[in-house]
Design a protein around this ligand. Structure first.
Ligand code: SAM
Length: 318
């Protein structure tokens, strides 16, 4: 029986763990200027928790509510140097579904050690194939490194998915080429509606492209059929006439908060119930009873629909 449950019956099985606020890209929807760009080989100095610190909190949470999945994210999780050690530690806690969300920039260099440590699944962000568009969105001129990382991940047998945030007047023209690219590698791609977070919190409408608009663009080149949504999935999925699977994460058009099964742990050891929450709860150095209360308090901040946040996603963990 779940010990921690909210008034809507929601509990959690997935913990999203941020390993750093730092990132090796400075995506325009995430940070205001490229000044926050961290070098690709930078140390993750902002990751206050050590491997032991992360494992201790994850183990305690897992004792209270069994976790099925840990997603490692950030910031950029591949900037966290002892990542293989952390993955091995999570596997040893008996949690085998360990996934990563990454911008792919350091993937080629780190892939084999991550796979060897026990990583099975990876989501790679790819907002454009065209180098100029990629640069205009990420402020980094290194698309080849990302594409090489994707090829290597696919060849390695890891489960790979692509994520594309669609931004008005930036990359709508990349939707079909990206869909074809993903289909050519037999991997699903998910197009994300822009969430009102960070400095775009109050002005995100001018960049927003809806699920309907994304589907209209795809339907100009192919017919599509909707696949029934699985419980707690962030994405709605479709299949094209040629058998290509793609998804839309329609945070605004079709909110999926009511069956959300996620909690978040940031790199300072704070638990967040929701991306649009303004409060977090420190999980460091707590007894099991205290931690259970903290998890319940965080869960109680979960919203019924996303209401936006002044915090950029990189600070909480996307
Ligand atoms: N650095 C990693 C990456 O790029 O995948 C992990 C962290 S990033 C915050 C996780 C995902 O959130 C990425 O796919 C990114 O594009 C997406 N993201 C960031 N800000 C967003 C926003 N305001 N709306 C929608 N998606 C966003």
């Amino acid at each position: 029986m779940n010990k921690v449950i909210d008034p809507f019956g929601r509990t959690f099985q997935t913990l999203r763990v941020s390993l750093s606020e730092s990132c090796s890209m400075a995506c325009v929807y995430c940070v205001h200027s490229e000044s926050s760009l961290s070098e690709s080989n930078a140390d993750s100095t902002s990751a206050v928790l050590t491997v032991e610190g992360y494992l201790s909190i994850i183990q305690s949470i897992h004792h209270i509510t069994p976790l099925t999945t840990i997603r490692l994210t950030g910031g950029e999780p591949l900037l966290f140097k002892p990542l293989p050690e952390l993955i091995k530690g999570i596997v040893n806690l008996g949690i085998s579904s360990i996934k990563i969300t990454t911008n792919g920039l350091q993937l080629l260099d780190r892939l084999s050690e991550l796979k060897e440590a026990g990583l099975r699944s990876i989501n790679i962000s790819l907002d454009a194939l065209d180098p100029d568009t990629f640069y205009s969105l990420t402020r980094v001129n290194k698309i080849k490194k990302v594409l090489d990382g994707i090829e290597a991940a696919v060849s390695s047998g890891l489960e790979v998915k692509l994520n594309t945030v669609v931004l008005k007047n930036f990359n709508e023209h990349q939707i079909v080429p990206l869909l074809e690219y993903a289909a050519g590698r037999n991997i699903p791609i998910r197009f994300l509606e822009l969430m009102s977070m960070g400095y775009l919190n109050k002005s995100h409408e001018s960049y927003f492209v809806s699920q309907e608009e994304i589907l209209d663009i795809i339907q100009r080149v192919t017919t599509i059929a909707r696949i029934p949504r699985s419980m707690s999935s962030t994405a709605n999925y479709w299949m094209t006439a040629r058998g290509w699977k793609f998804g839309v994460i329609a945070n605004s058009s079709e909110p999926f908060c009511m069956d959300c099964n996620r909690l978040r742990l940031d790199s300072y050891g704070n638990i967040w119930g929701c991306l649009s929450s303004t409060v977090s709860y420190s999980a460091k150095n707590k007894t099991q009873d205290e931690l259970q209360q903290i998890l319940a308090a965080a869960l109680a901040t979960k919203q019924t629909a996303f209401s936006g946040s002044a915090l950029s996603m990189k600070y909480i963990g996307g």
